[in-house]
Design a protein. Structure first.
Length: 160
Protein backbone atom coordinates (compact mmCIF):
# COMPACT_ATOMS: atom_id res chain seq x y z
CA UNK A 1 0.00 0.00 0.00
CA UNK A 2 1.33 3.42 -0.92
CA UNK A 3 1.08 6.53 1.26
CA UNK A 4 -1.43 7.92 -1.27
CA UNK A 5 -3.64 4.83 -0.88
CA UNK A 6 -3.39 5.06 2.91
CA UNK A 7 -4.34 8.74 2.71
CA UNK A 8 -7.39 7.81 0.65
CA UNK A 9 -8.44 5.29 3.32
CA UNK A 10 -7.95 7.96 5.96
CA UNK A 11 -10.12 10.48 4.11
CA UNK A 12 -12.88 8.02 3.18
CA UNK A 13 -13.30 5.99 6.37
CA UNK A 14 -12.66 8.15 9.43
CA UNK A 15 -14.94 10.46 11.37
CA UNK A 16 -14.90 14.18 10.58
CA UNK A 17 -13.29 15.05 13.93
CA UNK A 18 -10.34 12.74 13.09
CA UNK A 19 -9.99 14.66 9.81
CA UNK A 20 -9.53 17.86 11.83
CA UNK A 21 -6.28 16.40 13.26
CA UNK A 22 -4.80 16.88 9.75
CA UNK A 23 -2.85 13.62 9.97
CA UNK A 24 -0.35 13.10 7.15
CA UNK A 25 0.77 9.67 5.96
CA UNK A 26 4.57 9.73 5.98
CA UNK A 27 5.33 6.11 5.11
CA UNK A 28 3.71 2.72 4.66
CA UNK A 29 5.26 -0.74 4.44
CA UNK A 30 3.63 -4.17 4.58
CA UNK A 31 3.85 -4.09 8.40
CA UNK A 32 4.28 -0.44 9.41
CA UNK A 33 2.56 2.89 8.91
CA UNK A 34 3.93 6.25 10.07
CA UNK A 35 1.68 9.29 10.39
CA UNK A 36 2.59 12.87 11.21
CA UNK A 37 0.34 14.69 13.66
CA UNK A 38 1.03 18.37 12.93
CA UNK A 39 1.37 20.59 15.97
CA UNK A 40 -1.76 22.62 16.58
CA UNK A 41 -2.25 24.78 19.69
CA UNK A 42 -5.93 23.74 19.77
CA UNK A 43 -4.71 20.24 20.75
CA UNK A 44 -2.69 21.58 23.69
CA UNK A 45 -3.76 21.25 27.27
CA UNK A 46 -2.93 23.43 30.25
CA UNK A 47 0.75 24.34 30.11
CA UNK A 48 0.94 24.02 26.32
CA UNK A 49 1.60 20.29 26.04
CA UNK A 50 -0.15 18.07 23.52
CA UNK A 51 -3.17 16.36 25.07
CA UNK A 52 -3.20 12.59 25.44
CA UNK A 53 -6.56 12.28 23.70
CA UNK A 54 -5.07 13.59 20.43
CA UNK A 55 -2.13 11.17 20.69
CA UNK A 56 -4.41 8.21 21.39
CA UNK A 57 -6.70 9.08 18.48
CA UNK A 58 -3.70 9.40 16.16
CA UNK A 59 -2.31 6.06 17.41
CA UNK A 60 -5.66 4.39 16.83
CA UNK A 61 -5.83 5.84 13.30
CA UNK A 62 -2.27 4.73 12.49
CA UNK A 63 -3.21 1.25 13.66
CA UNK A 64 -6.10 0.97 11.20
CA UNK A 65 -3.85 2.07 8.35
CA UNK A 66 -1.06 -0.34 9.37
CA UNK A 67 -3.50 -3.27 9.54
CA UNK A 68 -4.94 -2.24 6.17
CA UNK A 69 -1.43 -2.20 4.69
CA UNK A 70 -0.68 -5.63 6.19
CA UNK A 71 -3.93 -7.05 4.76
CA UNK A 72 -3.43 -5.31 1.40
CA UNK A 73 -6.71 -3.41 1.68
CA UNK A 74 -9.00 -1.66 4.13
CA UNK A 75 -11.80 -3.62 5.80
CA UNK A 76 -14.10 -2.80 8.70
CA UNK A 77 -12.37 -3.28 12.07
CA UNK A 78 -12.75 -2.03 15.60
CA UNK A 79 -10.56 -1.39 18.63
CA UNK A 80 -10.77 -4.13 21.25
CA UNK A 81 -8.04 -2.78 23.52
CA UNK A 82 -5.62 0.14 23.62
CA UNK A 83 -2.99 0.61 26.30
CA UNK A 84 -1.01 3.85 26.22
CA UNK A 85 1.93 4.90 28.35
CA UNK A 86 2.90 8.58 28.31
CA UNK A 87 6.61 8.95 28.99
CA UNK A 88 7.27 12.67 28.53
CA UNK A 89 5.39 15.77 27.34
CA UNK A 90 5.30 17.01 23.77
CA UNK A 91 5.23 20.75 23.30
CA UNK A 92 5.05 22.86 20.10
CA UNK A 93 6.25 20.16 17.68
CA UNK A 94 4.78 17.65 15.25
CA UNK A 95 4.60 14.02 16.34
CA UNK A 96 5.51 10.93 14.31
CA UNK A 97 3.16 8.05 15.10
CA UNK A 98 4.50 4.69 13.92
CA UNK A 99 2.22 1.64 14.14
CA UNK A 100 3.80 -1.76 13.57
CA UNK A 101 1.69 -4.89 13.14
CA UNK A 102 3.14 -7.59 15.39
CA UNK A 103 0.54 -10.29 14.67
CA UNK A 104 -2.11 -10.43 11.98
CA UNK A 105 -4.65 -13.17 12.45
CA UNK A 106 -7.92 -13.98 10.73
CA UNK A 107 -10.06 -12.17 13.33
CA UNK A 108 -7.58 -10.22 15.50
CA UNK A 109 -4.59 -7.97 14.84
CA UNK A 110 -2.00 -6.74 17.35
CA UNK A 111 0.17 -3.63 17.02
CA UNK A 112 2.86 -1.64 18.81
CA UNK A 113 2.82 2.13 18.37
CA UNK A 114 5.50 4.70 19.18
CA UNK A 115 4.81 8.43 19.33
CA UNK A 116 7.96 10.50 18.89
CA UNK A 117 8.52 14.26 18.59
CA UNK A 118 9.35 14.95 14.94
CA UNK A 119 12.22 16.97 13.58
CA UNK A 120 10.97 20.30 12.18
CA UNK A 121 9.74 20.41 8.59
CA UNK A 122 10.15 23.57 6.52
CA UNK A 123 6.79 23.38 4.73
CA UNK A 124 6.90 26.98 3.51
CA UNK A 125 10.13 26.51 1.58
CA UNK A 126 8.84 23.37 -0.18
CA UNK A 127 5.53 25.06 -1.02
CA UNK A 128 7.36 28.11 -2.39
CA UNK A 129 9.31 25.94 -4.83
CA UNK A 130 6.16 24.09 -5.86
CA UNK A 131 5.31 20.46 -5.26
CA UNK A 132 6.76 19.32 -8.59
CA UNK A 133 10.11 20.96 -7.89
CA UNK A 134 10.35 20.23 -4.18
CA UNK A 135 13.19 17.97 -3.22
CA UNK A 136 12.16 14.94 -1.20
CA UNK A 137 12.73 15.51 2.49
CA UNK A 138 15.16 13.24 4.25
CA UNK A 139 13.29 10.72 6.37
CA UNK A 140 14.32 10.79 10.01
CA UNK A 141 16.05 7.67 11.26
CA UNK A 142 15.92 6.13 14.71
CA UNK A 143 19.37 7.60 15.33
CA UNK A 144 18.15 11.17 14.65
CA UNK A 145 14.84 10.99 16.53
CA UNK A 146 14.52 11.80 20.21
CA UNK A 147 13.25 9.03 22.52
CA UNK A 148 9.53 8.26 22.20
CA UNK A 149 7.17 10.44 24.18
CA UNK A 150 4.53 7.71 24.35
CA UNK A 151 4.06 4.06 23.53
CA UNK A 152 0.85 2.11 22.91
CA UNK A 153 -0.28 -1.39 22.14
CA UNK A 154 -3.58 -2.18 20.48
CA UNK A 155 -5.71 -5.19 19.72
CA UNK A 156 -8.18 -4.91 16.86
CA UNK A 157 -11.07 -7.15 15.83
CA UNK A 158 -11.23 -7.60 12.06
CA UNK A 159 -14.89 -7.52 11.07
CA UNK A 160 -14.65 -8.68 7.45
Amino acid sequence: MTPAQATEILHENFAPWIQTLNLEVEETTPTTTTLRLPWNPTLAREGGTLCGQALMAAADTATVLAISAARGAYCPMTTVQQNTTFQRPIKATDVLITARVTKLGRTLAFTDITMTPAPPVNRGEAEARGAAQAEPEAQPTEATLPPPAAHATTVYAILA
